[in-house]
Write a protein that binds this ligand. Structure first.
Ligand SMILES: NC(=O)C1=CN([C@@H]2O[C@H](COP(=O)(O)OP(=O)(O)OC[C@H]3O[C@@H](n4cnc5c(N)ncnc54)[C@H](OP(=O)(O)O)[C@@H]3O)[C@@H](O)[C@H]2O)C=CC1
Ligand SMILES: O=C(O)C1=N[C@H](C(=O)O)C[C@H](O)C1
Length: 268
């Protein structure tokens, strides 16, 4: 399967290029960065530290997509929406790891999924997706006497909050409780907040250093507390998940899928 990496010079872009090189059944056919990037024209393999791959980084996605079977996209929301349109035009699989998408972005991506096979997830790792299933089960088993709080920590460069993973875990908790997350989430607390609303799902965000990604879901009751957590030690776990998603999506009918579909965890 021929794969394009967009955002090829980024933290995830470079990790994806290394993982593609190590994975049977896939090869890097193209690499894209934004127009004006200092990395345009550089060899994608050299930049990722694995030696020449003879794939130059380009700033014209459409012809690059036309020669590929799938695109791996860990960039920024505006770019992802644009890439979704191009992937739909080229009828190739689009694997989206980008987080921080606004409702309008999500709507544009859903529209593109009428023509393209899109897999989108706030976290592509096996561990976090399994954690999501466990969180849903725990939230379903316990009533509102257990307060749900989600704590996340990431590196100092991260630009969106709460993280895509924290929101994914919040959705799973809400689904276990049979409620809508956006009607119950408390994303910020500051000053005289008053007591905690019953049934709220709270979020707390920490940023610093080089932390790859840490998430904890706490279910706090009277006199006892359950904590379910995931620690990402290496970005390779996300890249492996994305490549797995691309292989799963190849020649599958258009639609918007999640990592739960890819991993066979949907409905578990
Ligand atoms: N779902 C998951 O499993 C994971 C998701 N993520 C998410 O992936 C995204 C990227 O993370 P990370 O790699 O750390 O971020 P980086 O900033 O390191 O990488 C993003 C790359 O995308 C490039 N880019 C920006 N605009 C465009 C464009 N129009 N065309 C092509 N390339 C573009 C950036 O270039 P420039 O810097 O020049 O603007 C940069 O090289 C984030 O949203 C993050 O939350 C991260 C890890 C796992
Ligand atoms: O920006 C990151 O680095 C990460 N982003 C994703 C998120 O927002 O949850 C996934 C992972 O935690 C790393």
């Amino acid at each position: 399967m021929k794969l394009v990496v967009v955002g090829a010079a980024g933290r995830m872009g470079q990790t994806l290029i290394r993982v593609i090189r190590q994975t049977e059944g896939v090869r890097l056919s193209g690499a894209v960065e934004r127009a004006g990037s200092p990395f345009i024209g550089r060899d994608a393999g050299e930049l990722a530290g694995i030696g020449m791959l003879n794939v130059a980084i380009r700033d014209d996605p459409l012809p690059v997509f036309a020669e590929a079977d799938g695109v791996l996209d860990f960039t920024v929301p505006a770019a992802t929406v644009e890439f979704a349109g191009y992937a739909a035009q080229a009828r190739i699989a689009h694997i989206i790891g980008t987080t921080g998408c606004a409702p309008d972005d999500e709507a544009a991506i859903a529209a593109a999924a009428r023509h393209a096979t899109i897999v989108k997830s706030g976290n592509m790792s096996l561990g976090v997706n399994l954690l999501g299933v466990l969180v849903r089960q725990a939230a379903a088993a316990l009533d509102e006497d257990f307060d749900i709080e989600i704590v996340e920590m990431h590196h100092r460069h991260k630009v969106d909050a709460p993280s895509g993973t924290a929101l994914l875990l919040g959705e799973e908790a809400a689904s276990g409780r049979g409620i809508a997350l956006d009607e119950h989430s408390v994303r910020v607390r500051d000053g005289h907040t008053g007591p905690r609303p019953n049934g709220a799902i709270g979020f707390a965000t920490l940023r610093g250093g080089s932390v790859v990604g840490e998430h904890q879901v706490i279910l706090a009751g009277e006199g006892e507390r359950i904590a379910l957590s995931h620690l990402a030690e290496d970005r390779t776990i996300f890249a492996r998940g994305a490549v797995k998603a691309a292989l799963w999506a190849h020649r599958r009918k258009p639609g918007l899928y999640s990592m739960l579909d890819v991993l066979g965890l949907e409905g578990r």
